[in-house]
Ligand binder design. Sequence first.
Ligand code: URA
Length: 287
Amino acid sequence: MDSKTRVRAEVWLRYAQDLRLGPYYRDRAASHSAAIESPSAPEQVPMPKDNGSLGVRSVNSDSKPPETPRVTTPELGRPALPIVQLSSGPSLFEEKVENDSLDHIREDIGPNCTRCKLYKARKNIVFGVGNPKAQLVFVGEGPGRDEDEQGEPFVGRAGKLLTQMIEAMGLKRSDVYICNVVKCRPPENRLPEKDEIATCSPYLFRQLGVIAPKVICALGSCSAQTMLQTTQGISRFRGEWFDYHGSKLIATYHPAYLLRNPPAKSEVWKDLQKIMAHLGLELPKKR
Ligand code: URA
């Protein structure tokens, strides 16, 4: 086994251990401790499921995704997106957990997680907040300083803008669910690194599996690339619909990007309106 594959396998085995799945190999206990001490970072994000079921194709660009998706329909004037997936083979095992729940996932992460290096500087694990039965889930990249202080996602400046976006859709924060790819703050608000994403994203995938929302809105590249298993830049596929295990996924720009680049708000508003149309939401009446 080459070193890249080995590190990926180690991450998955550690995750299986967390899920209390049975041992896969006789010498599992010995190799598990080696895995935890492995200093090398995986080069790739592990696949949550096999590529076929991930269904990361663009289904079409209308505001209402079709009920029977998977037909790749080119957006007007643009070719169908060849989403380049990071991983081509099936995952080592299905990570579906019987009778999973948000509480169970939180318990599995635990109060003192040290699975990746982000634990060193974090104050609080930021698990996620909102309606556990939400039809709409927003996924950011990782907590910033305010989120780390308060233990809640999107409460800083970018969070206030996200709240305005949610309210512009006629919803309240408590109607939706909000979480991140990584649950601990990357130092200096840097982007989460590949090994951190590989370690933490299975918990995001489980959160999405439990909530099973109608729509997932990926906020920014890190979130979109993690869920779609692609390295393509977000501007290539922003505003397009994808299948994600029975949910529809759409990626839009991160609110922090909008703070730096306000003209992009009009693009994001178009994406939010597509989501509203899919959820049957009407524009709130102006007061
Ligand atoms: N940016 C994110 O991606 N997530 C947060 O929770 C806050 C800022």
